[in-house]
Design a protein around this ligand. Structure first.
Ligand SMILES: *Cc1c(COP(=O)(O)O)cnc(C)c1O
Length: 354
């Protein structure tokens, strides 16, 4: 049966990407060897990582603008500390929009003073703080563009003179924006780009080299940049599959094209949530995410019925995160409008049946 994969992460990838990457496991480029058993320094693999790096910059519109794309390891969680290690000398600002921001704050506190410029903890992170001010003397400001767990998304970013760092793990390549407003962007691959095991880091070269501490090589962005993202053996399968997804996105028409589809999916589910009394949305309307829609049943007694219907229709991965409860439909780039339609039909059926 066809599955409709709403998993929050690791999450759905395009079928053609899965097909090509599984072929490469058996026979890479007709070489008679597997992608995962050849040297990462072979010409064939160097071409892959170079292509992945340049596609990332191209899709973000950052080519020739002083940025470098790296494929690192350790997940977005490693970036929580690497960003601070490399950029925090005295004081940094963090916008606290949920679990992932809090984890980033926790790591950064080991390197300097942290100012929470705003927080939505008072309402269990169901909104994005607004109207906060950003001190001028920060080494950087860190924000999380999309809060995967709570289903909120920043629609606007603060204009500030301090470097802006953004955790885009769960909405990178999903919507258009001026990516040059950021000095460093990072995203674990497994939400919208590829398998777990690699993290895309896009960093503006001129923000680096300003802290006085010594940085271990593996944690030093400048080392990775100087080695073309090959300081040590890269996670070859994760990089290759990410490259295939980026190619898929480019062929589709890039971020502009996917954004249109993502908007349609989001409109479809949110209009159902808004109009159907059986469900209520979790995130404040103006801040809700086009990637992760969080909602609850108005009456928990209907849980078994709803869950059974979803299961029968092949819907996977819509249980909410434990800190929110209820449901979360993650609608990453590779999820079709049709899959959202299947879920929405079940939701409206729930209302019709009473
Ligand atoms: C999933 C996620 C993370 C954590 O990613 P790991 O790769 O597991 O470390 C961090 N930030 C956001 C916004 C996420 O969605």
């Amino acid at each position: 049966m066809k599955k409709h994969n709403f998993s929050a992460g690791p999450s759905i990838l395009p079928q053609e990407v899965l097909l090509k990457s599984s072929e490469a496991i058996m026979d890479f480029n007709g070489s008679g060897l597997s992608l995962i058993e050849i040297s990462h320094r072979s010409k064939d693999f160097v071409e892959v990582i170079e292509k992945a790096r340049s596609l990332a910059l191209e899709l973000l519109g950052l080519e020739g603008k002083g940025y470098t794309a790296l494929f690192l390891q350790g997940g977005a969680s490693m970036q929580f500390l690497m960003t601070a290690y490399n950029l925090l000398e005295k004081k940094a600002g963090y916008l606290n929009t949920g679990t992932w921001s809090e984890k980033a704050i926790k790591e950064a506190k080991m390197f300097g003073e942290i100012v929470e410029v705003g927080s939505s903890k008072d309402e269990n992170f169901n909104y994005i703080p607004k109207g906060y001010s950003v001190p001028e003397d920060l080494d950087y400001l860190h924000v999380t563009s999309n809060n995967t767990i709570f289903g909120t998304q920043m629609k606007k970013f603060p204009t500030t003179n301090v470097p802006l760092i953004c955790d885009m793990s769960s909405d990178i390549f999903s919507r258009q924006m001026d990516f040059s407003q950021f000095d460093l962007i990072y995203a674990g691959a497994q939400k919208n780009m590829g398998p777990a095991g690699t993290t895309l880091v896009v960093v503006k070269d001129d923000v680096l080299g300003k802290v006085s501490r010594k940085i271990p090589s593996m944690l030093d962005y400048q080392v990775h940049i100087s080695k073309d993202s090959m300081f040590n053996t890269p996670p070859v399968f994760a990089v290759y599959t990410s490259m295939l997804t980026l190619e898929w996105l480019k062929n589709l028409g890039g971020i502009a094209a996917i954004e249109e589809i993502n908007e349609k999916k989001a409109r479809l589910i949110y209009s159902e949530i808004d109009l159907n009394p059986v469900f209520k949305g979790f995130a404040k309307t103006e801040d809700r995410s086009i990637m992760n829609a969080t909602f609850n049943l108005a009456n928990d007694k209907l849980k078994d019925t709803f869950d059974a219907q979803c299961k029968e229709a092949g819907i996977n991965g819509i249980n909410g995160h434990r800190s929110v409860g209820g449901y979360r439909a993650s609608m990453y780039n590779a999820l079709s409008l049709e899959s959202v339609g299947v879920l929405v039909d079940i939701m409206s059926e729930m209302e019709r049946k009473g």
